[in-house]
Design a protein around this ligand. Structure first.
Ligand SMILES: Nc1ncnc2c1ncn2[C@@H]1O[C@H](COP(=O)(O)OP(=O)(O)OP(=O)(O)O)[C@@H](O)[C@H]1O
Length: 259
């Protein structure tokens, strides 16, 4: 295993039993390495198995075959999720929502106050500690969701299309925040999207997937310097080449389907 990797996945297959004669193969021969303190992006069309891949990494879905090797072998890999919706508990305050996550991971109570305040500060939201989630905007709720995930100090942060339900201005701000947080807090991220510009802006490495079954079709190492700007022509260029590859894949798939 590479010395700077948090996780390596080797030859991973996932098939679901759907009651038909043959199990449905959703992921096939997935291999990837996630280096420490980087952002790896899985880019793929709807239904190609992106969320399933994250669920395997989180230990929620068992692979049919293949290996997942975590760098820290002395204990299971600690992961935390940020979903499309923040999924905050509406009857708990922001502080209590984050404390709930800390409690569920058995983080000692003596650490809670500092963790909650530090992570809320990181997402720029210290003023909402006592608020209830429904009084916050969608973007603020998502920031709390990120703070909650960071509070457990995971080895790997799993982000499943976390900004896809936000307006474009909030989404852009949160993409910038994600990069800043990763750099200042030395977090490692596995990020799912089907948005080319989001992938180009965030990623150190992009794994482009195709469907039926989900496979990694291309790996793109993004060498654009940081901080990146949404208006950088080089970013547009990368986004354009990702789009070309992406739609070529979809066309090839439709041709295979029709044959
Ligand atoms: N527990 C399950 N049992 C059976 N089939 C499943 C299960 N979970 C996912 N699938 C199937 O696996 C395929 C991939 O689903 P998945 O949600 O991983 O795709 P995705 O790329 O994340 O899609 P989207 O971008 O639309 O969220 C789909 O056909 C889905 O119906």
């Amino acid at each position: 295993m590479a010395t700077d990797a948090v996780l390596e996945i080797e030859g991973l297959d996932v098939a679901f039993d759907t009651g038909r004669r043959e199990p449905q193969k959703v992921l096939e021969d997935i291999s990837l390495t996630i280096p420490r303190e980087t952002i790896s992006v899985i880019l793929g069309p709807s239904g190609c198995g992106k969320s399933t891949l994250l669920n395997v990494v989180a230990g929620l879905v068992a692979p049919t075959s293949g290996r997942i090797v975590a760098a820290r072998r002395e204990r299971p890999l600690e992961t935390a999720y940020v979903f499309q919706n923040a999924r905050l508990l509406p009857w708990l305050t922001v502080r209590q929502n984050i404390e709930f996550a800390l409690q569920s991971r058995s983080v000692p109570k003596a650490l809670w106050k500092e963790r909650v305040e530090q992570k809320l500060e990181l997402v720029g939201l210290t003023s909402v500690l006592r608020e209830y989630p429904l009084r916050l905007s969608g973007g603020m709720q998502q920031r709390v969701g990120i703070a909650r995930a960071l509070a457990v100090e995971p080895d790997l942060l799993l982000m499943d299309e976390p900004f896809s339900h936000l307006d474009e201005i909030s989404a852009k701000a949160l993409r910038e925040e994600t990069v800043r947080i990763c750099q200042t807090s030395r977090v490692t991220v596995l990020f799912i999207t089907h948005d080319m510009s989001e992938a180009a802006f965030l990623a150190d490495t992009i794994y482009m997937m195709r469907s039926n079954p989900g496979r990694i079709a291309h790996r793109v190492d993004v060498t654009l310097p940081r901080p990146r700007s949404f208006s950088d022509p080089a970013l547009y260029e990368l986004q354009g080449s990702l789009a070309t590859e992406f739609y070529d894949l979809i066309d090839a798939q439709e041709e295979r389907h029709a044959a």
